[in-house]
Design a protein around this ligand. Structure first.
Ligand code: ADP
Length: 393
């Protein structure tokens, strides 16, 4: 026998016993209580736990629909079945519309147990769905909290790093200045000159690492301020060329620059654009073979919506599984190339963040053994005038 807690909303004792008889025949051992007023029903719902309500449709001082309303307002989601001596089809439809889970006629109580079992099963399913939903909301809340905490910790880490980087800069500058002074002296032995040169190069390297840390910190803290200016695109590209010249020469790399836009003016933060391009070109030079070529190509996209910068090398390429992590902070590909070239893994993260600050997008294509192309697209609106091809505007 299965236990069942039934609340009977019924004015007649004999009708209640008839229902109980059918339940017992159906294999149930019911615990029950009979109520026939709103007050008594409310009291029962408040003080006891019920698994199902069987309610008569018509009672002298109460009705099945009123009982249904009370059950609904309790918020308990107890299955509710209306049992009636005679119920017209319209009333039955109205009861179901009002939210009753089933209705039965007293002279056809063979349906009682199957109807009750279906209502119980549906209620169990509703409960399960509610629990899943509650669990989902709780997990979402926890996830959101964890995300906020991680973001906060990340911001704190960036601030500490930025502080340390800042504190390092002055002593580093002093070392660099002394190395410069010594280098200019005539009476320096050649082996000492090599050492001084080593000090200068080390200072330069540390300086660029510190600059990356100092640059990324305000972006992560959401405090970056772009210094928008209208500048000549050609002038920016020329500056980049001059800056890249030396490192390309050291590795015997031929630099190719293609500007398909012509003498345009662009409205953006020129220092940041330089930084984007220098980071990509430095990587292309660093991570490619000596005596190779590296190309920077500037053009409009085919759909005429973006100003596109492409930095292309023929280096060893990047494994496909690494591509999606490449732009994460402090991410470095685990291969020989990275080991041979010291770095923090911030260059591409900076490229991505600075591009996004300009409402742009960055992407990468790479094939092992064939080379890598990084593409930075800025909205075409950054171009304020194109002297040579006005038709494009
Ligand atoms: P870093 O150069 O300091 O390691 P980056 O964020 O600039 O940091 O680059 C992340 C990683 O991406 C590098 O460690 C390198 O392995 C890989 N990488 C970047 N550019 C190229 C490239 N052009 N060819 C091959 N690998 C590259």
């Amino acid at each position: 026998m299965k236990t069942l807690r039934v609340l009977m909303v019924e004015d007649r004792e004999d009708d209640m016993h008839l229902l109980l008889l059918h339940l017992k025949r159906g294999g149930y051992e019911p615990t029950y209580c009979r109520v026939d007023t709103a007050q008594a029903m409310l009291e029962q719902l408040r003080t006891q736990q019920w698994e199902i309500v069987l309610a008569d449709y018509n009672m002298p001082d109460f009705s099945g629909l009123q009982a249904l309303k009370i059950a609904q307002e309790s918020g308990l989601d107890i299955p509710f079945i209306i049992v009636s001596g005679a119920i017209g089809e319209e009333l039955a439809v109205a009861a179901m519309k009002a939210g009753a889970h089933d209705y039965l006629l007293k002279d056809k109580l063979a349906r009682l147990v199957p109807a009750l079992e279906r209502a119980l099963k549906d209620a169990a399913e509703r409960k399960r769905l509610r629990q899943v939903e509650e669990l989902r909301s709780e997990l979402e809340r926890e996830l959101q909290q964890a995300k906020e905490q991680a973001e906060l910790a990340n911001k704190r880490k960036s601030r500490v790093l930025a502080f340390v980087a800042h504190e390092f800069k002055n002593p580093l500058k002093a070392i660099q200045t002394f190395a410069d002074i010594l280098e200019k002296k005539d009476d320096i032995a050649s082996e000492h000159r090599v050492m001084i040169n080593g000090i200068s190069m080390a200072c330069h390297h540390i300086r660029s690492l510190l600059d990356d840390i100092l640059d990324i910190a305000p972006i992560e803290a959401g405090e970056i301020q772009l210094d928008y200016q209208t500048v000549s695109l050609v002038a920016v590209l020329d500056e980049v060329k001059v800056i890249m010249q030396e490192s390309a020469k050291q590795r015997h790399i031929e630099m190719l620059y293609e500007n398909h836009i012509g003498p345009a003016y662009v409205h953006l933060d020129p220092r940041r654009l330089r930084q984007i391009l220098i980071n990509l070109l430095s990587n292309a030079i660093k991570y490619t073979h000596c005596e190779d070529t590296v190309k920077l190509c500037v053009e409009l996209t085919e759909d005429n919506r973006w100003l596109r910068f492409r930095v292309q090398d023929h280096g060893p390429g990047i494994p496909e599984e690494e591509l999606q992590s490449l732009f994460l902070d402090y991410y470095r590909v685990k291969n020989m190339l990275s080991k041979q070239n010291e770095g923090l893994g911030l260059g591409l993260a900076l490229v991505k963040k600075l591009t996004e600050c300009h409402q742009g997008e960055v992407s990468v294509e790479s094939r092992l053994g064939e080379g890598t192309t990084f593409t930075v697209c800025l909205p075409k609106d950054v171009i304020t005038s194109i002297d040579s091809i006005p038709a494009l505007l």
